[in-house]
Ligand binder design. Structure first.
Ligand code: DON
Length: 313
């Protein structure tokens, strides 16, 4: 931690320049308001101590990062058999919102739970009597991992949620395609599922909270403070395998080679990453490269991993 504390501010300033090579996502209009040059990182050690640098006070929406934790909740709610009846276990190599492979192999069945089609199918598996009830369960599950104090809770950014819902033609078409192929069953209302999906993507978070969520995964599902097992170890192992294979979308192979740790990005510019058994990491850098990952954030993680030999390989 001491070496990190000493070097992190300079690493952040060096990586910040990479924001110039990216663009803030604008297909969800509300996301276009994010500060393009921002870069922040919090790293949490296994005892819960943190090192931070850059704009870690920024609040941003989880977007696709949330898919890791809805997958975990769906596994808790349905078991492996229930989840893998609806989604596969393979990376696609395609864009996160692609339709291409949905028709190619098992018709309608998304290749994995981290592409949009797979995450929408996963949203349909979250238990609850109504979309509001499901979102409440998601917020409480995310909040527990994020270490949000009892009484407080994470919340959905209503502007981002409404902005996505009003413009999500592609996600809507994916969801109706899933319905047509009975991945979303007869009893399931497509708009209800989409509402849950857009809301979990719009959960507002900070780098520190992301780092703590990541640390829970780094510790195999255990709470870093109480030691309590929040998530079964086996499910955390599944989530980390997906993060490595497809957490950075079709840049996951390059990320595995250059950084070498499980990670998940979101179009808000957030990245959740972890060094197994050691660190949970939360990054924000809103400018994205062509594959939808934070340019400055990825560069920063490459720098730290190379300097501190973080790769798991
Ligand atoms: O469904 C969407 O398009 C967004 N709510 C989430 C996409 C996302 O974060 C992909 N990430 N890189």
């Amino acid at each position: 931690m001491e070496e990190l504390r000493a070097k992190l501010p300079a690493w952040v300033e060096a990586s910040r320049a990479l924001a110039n090579e990216g663009q803030v996502a604008s297909y969800i209009p509300e996301l276009a308001k994010a500060p393009r040059e921002a870069l922040g990182i919090t790293i949490m050690g296994r005892d819960g101590s943190t090192v931070s640098a850059g704009e870690t006070e920024l609040r941003f929406t989880m977007q696709s990062i949330s898919k890791v934790f809805t997958l975990l909740l769906a596994l808790i709610d349905n078991g492996e058999k229930g989840v893998f009846a609806k989604v596969g276990m393979e990376p696609t190599g395609d864009d996160f919102n692609s339709m291409l492979k949905l028709e190619l192999v098992e018709p309608g069945k998304p290749f994995n739970p981290l592409i949009n089609a797979g995450a929408i199918a996963i949203s349909s598996l979250i238990r609850g009597s109504s979309p509001a009830d499901k979102v409440a369960r998601i917020l409480s599950f995310f909040g527990e991992a994020a270490g949000v104090q009892a009484g407080g809770s994470l919340s959905v950014n209503g502007e981002v949620y409404r902005s996505e819902s009003a413009t999500a033609h592609r996600n809507r078409s994916l969801a109706y395609f899933l319905k047509d192929n009975e991945v979303l069953g007869e009893e399931i209302d497509v708009e209800d599922v989409l509402s849950v999906y857009f809301q979990h993507c719009s959960v507002e978070i900070t780098c520190g909270q992301l780092a703590r969520m990541a640390l829970v995964l780094a510790l195999g599902g255990a709470d870093p403070v109480s030691g309590r097992q929040l998530i079964p170890r086996r499910y955390v192992r599944i989530a980390k395998a997906f993060m490595l294979m497809c957490g950075m979308y079709n840049a996951s192979g390059e990320f595995a080679i250059q950084v070498g740790i499980p990670a998940k990005s979101g179009v808000s510019g957030g990245i959740l990453a972890l060094v197994p058994g050691r660190y949970g990491i939360g990054v924000i850098g809103p400018a994205l490269g062509p594959k939808g990952n934070s340019t400055a954030g990825v560069h920063l993680l490459e720098t730290i991993s190379a300097s501190l030999d973080w790769s798991i390989f």
